[in-house]
Design a protein around this ligand. Structure first.
Ligand code: CTP
Length: 402
């Protein structure tokens, strides 16, 4: 199951760094492509040459190679990887990851990575149990990172207790079972819309909105990771999707409608997270509108409601998920939309919650057509995407659908 996977292995300055050699050997034996990143202090414990030889790739220890001027892009590495394993991770690196302090290539890559991240702490027992370390671990887990808890036993300090990095065999087994378990949408076709639409007023101006597309892109990546064939219809956004995703770029609501409808019939699951314009200019001026008058009235006409159209024609075995962004009477409005648009599920984001909506985090409540309600805490959008996909999985199982 690890065969062909692209794995970034981050190694930090712990005595357990020597175990990275065994980790690489095991991952390579399973057929993974391993790229090692080391912090400066990790190089005091094991040489980059050893890990480069075992991984059959040059080890990256800095963003910039003085010797040949080569620049290692943390963003590209983050997009390349199917999984980022940081093992061993010291208390120091945990703290910097939790704070987002990117003062080395490993943490810069961690912040840029869009793939799942696993981290295996290694430290002395008292350091591990210190409230700061525990709070950092909790924070990192709440961001959707996966903790591989340290084992208890004799530590390098001579003390006994928790803090020993988990055995490489067990770490690889954890990754393997995660890759296997996580294929619950294998071979299903999933259609996702994301981002805003821009409605042209004239050749240079448009009506748009603040949607970044992050939520829809994160959902697309999560479905792809879990084995689905994903088609992502994206409005004008500044986002890159990692993984194997068919992307159709569109600009206007009409283009989004046409792109979505071209794949709708074959979709098993449809998630409409795009912030589609409800209105578009009745006429688009072929030339730039001049500032001749003190006021300007632009006549608008309604766009097609893509979600509603889909709700009217969907087949019983198709699962349709809508979004509702509300500023008042949130629950009532969301449930009304669920019924009016004939959705199976609606994801409510409240504009009244600080941190929910257009930024990097979101706080959602999900309502199903069966009348169930699932509430979630404020989380980064990648973690929210996991909650949404998990809830779709639950609904799919409960209905024995798709
Ligand atoms: N939607 C759509 N096509 C549109 C407008 C909205 O597919 N032309 C979808 C969105 O992608 C989202 C859901 O409908 O999944 C809800 O969108 P929202 O703007 O919250 O609701 P509206 O129905 O437009 O109602 P209102 O703006 O009055 O709240």
């Amino acid at each position: 199951m690890i065969q062909g996977k692209k794995i970034l292995l981050g190694v930090t300055g712990s005595i357990a760094a020597y175990k990275a050699a065994l980790l690489i050997r095991l991952l390579k034996k399973e057929g993974a492509d391993v790229q090692v990143l080391m912090t400066e202090s990790a190089c005091d414990f094991i040489t980059p040459l050893t890990l480069a030889t075992l991984s059959q790739r040059p080890v990256i220890t800095t963003g910039f190679e003085q010797s040949n001027g080569e620049w290692h892009s943390h963003v590209e590495m983050g997009l390349w990887a199917d999984l980022f394993l940081i093992a061993p991770v010291t208390a120091n690196t945990l703290s910097k990851m939790a704070a987002g302090q990117a003062d080395n290539i490993l943490i810069a890559t961690y912040l840029a990575a869009k793939c799942p991240v696993f981290f295996a702490p290694a430290m002395d027992v008292d350091m591990f149990h210190h409230p700061s370390t525990q709070a950092n671990i909790e924070k990192l887990s709440s961001y959707g990172n996966h903790l591989i808890a340290p084992a208890a036993g004799e530590l390098a300090s001579g003390l006994m207790g928790e803090g020993r990095m988990e055995d490489p065999e067990k770490i690889v087994a954890t990754l393997k079972s995660w890759f296997i378990q996580s294929k619950d949408f294998k071979d299903l076709n999933v259609l996702i819309s994301a981002g805003p639409t821009f409605e042209a007023i004239d050749p240079v101006r448009f009506i748009g909105n603040h949607s970044s597309g992050k939520m829809g892109f994160s959902i697309a990546e999560e479905f792809n990771r879990r084995g689905a064939h994903v088609t992502l219809v994206a409005g004008p956004v500044n986002q890159e999707a990692s993984g194997d995703i068919d992307r159709i770029d569109v600009t206007s609501a009409q283009e989004m409608y046409e792109a979505c409808m071209s794949v709708f019939a074959d979709a098993d699951i449809i998630v409409m997270s795009a912030a589609v314009a409800d209105f578009t200019p009745a006429r688009v001026s072929p030339v730039k509108i001049k500032k001749r008058e003190a006021t300007l009235a632009i006549e608008l006409k309604p766009t097609l409601d893509i979600l509603k159209e889909m709700g009217q024609i969907k087949k019983e075995d198709q699962l349709l998920v809508g979004f509702a962004l509300e500023s008042d009477n949130e629950r009532e409005n969301a449930n009304e939309k669920l019924i009016a648009k004939n959705c199976d599920m609606i994801v409510l984001n409240s504009l009244n919650e600080e941190g929910a909506g257009f930024g990097n985090t979101n706080k959602i409540t999900i309502f199903t057509a069966e009348g169930e309600e699932f509430g979630f805490d404020m989380k980064p959008k990648a973690a929210v995407a996991i909650d949404i996909v998990n809830t779709i999985a639950i609904l799919k199982i409960s209905r024995k659908q798709v």
